[in-house]
Design a protein around this ligand. Structure first.
Ligand SMILES: CC(C)(COP(=O)(O)OP(=O)(O)OC[C@H]1O[C@@H](n2cnc3c(N)ncnc32)[C@H](O)[C@@H]1OP(=O)(O)O)[C@@H](O)C(=O)NCCC(=O)NCCS
Length: 199
């Protein structure tokens, strides 16, 4: 994997035809096209707004601006996933916590048209290594609905261990949903997750 700048953010992480780079307002058209084509594929796993909480950004531009502001504050890394130079999905490192925690969570989705090529599995490995070795975070967590067989395979293939179960943990597809919780610490993979994936 190469990280051209070697800096926390903005960062570009590359492997062959796969590229993670900051999500941009310029992705609007490609993002809309992919999202519209993938409504059925994604809606079951999409985050939704719980009743009574603040509305989420309504437009793509507002979403990117909100994410970029969080990134400037060091609280998230909103990556666009590109394959062969084309926008195909998102991977976001969220909830970056410093102090005595030094942890973060990761969420992701990809266009069904390029699913099954290992792109998100490798993207997670690249993002986790960036978090461990550039941001110097200690622990990365991923929460997955028990029904999400494809996403469960991502953590399984990376050897990320399950540590718990959270009933009604996140508001997904219109309701509070149970999640299985997975996490990895830096000590568990001293050479990184990309090396583990390639070994
Ligand atoms: C979960 C997801 C991100 C995986 O991305 P990916 O790039 O396809 O990941 P991989 O290629 O490593 O495939 C992971 C598993 O997905 C499943 N899969 C692959 N192609 C698939 C397809 N066309 N349709 C359904 N499932 C498929 C397989 O079980 C695969 O495991 P395998 O490699 O042992 O066969 C993708 O399925 C997705 O975007 N799903 C909808 C959104 C979502 O669930 N986000 C995560 C919420 S926690």
């Amino acid at each position: 994997m190469s990280n051209r700048q070697g800096r926390a953010w903005p960062a570009v992480l590359e492997h062959d035809r796969l590229r993670l780079r900051p999500l941009s307002v310029r992705d609007r058209r490609a993002w809309r096209e992919v999202r519209e084509r993938n409504v059925a594929w994604l809606s079951r796993w999409d985050a939704t707004t719980p009743p009574g909480s603040n509305a989420r950004p309504r437009t793509f531009g507002a979403m990117v601006r909100a994410m970029s502001a969080e990134a400037r504050e060091g609280r998230q890394l909103p990556f666009a996933v590109e394959y062969d130079g084309r926008f195909v999905g998102q991977l976001t490192v969220n909830n970056i916590t410093r102090g005595s925690g030094q942890f973060a969570t990761i969420g992701y989705w990809i266009d069904e048209a390029v699913a099954g090529r290992g792109l998100i599995t490798r993207s997670v490995a690249m993002a986790v290594d960036h978090c461990f070795f550039v941001l110097r975070l200690h622990r990365i967590e991923i929460a997955i609905r028990p029904e999400n067989v494809a996403s469960l395979r991502v953590v399984e293939k990376l050897g990320i261990a399950e540590y718990g179960y959270a009933p009604r943990f996140l508001h997904i597809d219109g309701d509070w949903r149970d999640h299985r919780l997975f996490a990895i610490t830096r000590e568990e993979c001293p050479r990184g997750l990309v090396a583990r994936l390639d070994s």
